[in-house]
Design a protein around this ligand. Structure first.
Ligand code: DC
Length: 223
């Protein structure tokens, strides 16, 4: 049977950096579920679907052929034959994913893909509802968070490094709004699973968080 580690938490808590490193250390596969929601958003944008129209989104998502492959340990996301991995991290796609991901039909489609991967492989899977909905029986569950101000500052520095102009106050506001949406949506809202271990990374470096999660995995393993 495969071993599954679920890492959930709000946007900007550092889930992907940490999940990728933990997966590498344990020789597991890293599954970035946010990328799947983003790929679905690319599909909907390609089709020109009105993202405010839930019935249209539910209809349009049905023929999305999203598959995952791994190249040198890195997740690649395909829409049909096309590798869309490099298209996923833009603001436009992020916004579209945020609008379409609460749709039950979208979640239902990706639920099966995520469960299949977890059944087949040892995985570190990150997202919003992995420990609560996708893999309620996961061997280890982590809820990784950080204060709004810490997450905003991290994002601010990231954007500055990319040479993008931005206002820290605006980023904080965006993060608060996104948290509100993620936590208050009807289906699969973001929340800590009862049996998840809380890790607050506000005062921790990425290396410290990775070490802490590896320790938690060892403790759970009884070693
Ligand atoms: O983590 P991210 O920014 O790549 O996620 C993109 C969008 O998908 C974001 O709006 C939250 C949503 N998402 C979700 O609803 N459930 C998940 N398991 C992962 C992401």
């Amino acid at each position: 049977m495969s071993t599954n580690i679920a890492i959930d938490g709000p946007a900007g808590a550092g889930k992907s950096t940490v999940a990728r490193a933990v997966a590498k250390e344990l020789s597991y596969i890293y599954v970035d579920t946010g990328a799947m929601y983003r790929a679905m958003a690319v599909h909907l944008l390609h089709k020109g679907t009105d993202l405010e129209n839930a019935a249209a989104v539910a209809q349009s998502c049905q023929d999305a052929e999203i598959t995952i492959a791994y190249e040198n340990g890195e997740q690649q996301v395909f829409l049909g034959e096309e590798n869309v991995t490099l298209q996923l991290r833009t603001e436009e796609v992020g916004k579209a994913a945020s609008k379409s991901s609460p749709n039950p039909a979208v979640r239902q489609k990706l639920f099966h893909l995520q469960r299949e991967l977890a059944a087949k492989y040892d995985v570190v899977m990150d997202g919003r509802d992995i420990g609560t909905t996708i893999l309620p029986e996961a061997d280890v569950k982590i809820y990784l968070t950080a204060s709004v101000s810490t997450r905003a500052l991290r994002r601010y520095k990231e954007l500055l490094e990319k040479g993008e102009h931005c206002e820290l106050a605006q980023i904080e506001k965006d993060i608060e709004e996104r948290d509100f949406r993620d936590k208050n949506r009807e289906i699969s809202p973001l929340r800590q699973a009862k049996d998840a271990v809380l890790v607050d990374s506000s005062e921790m470096t990425a290396a410290e968080v990775i070490r802490r999660i590896l320790e938690i995995c060892k403790e759970k393993d009884g070693r």
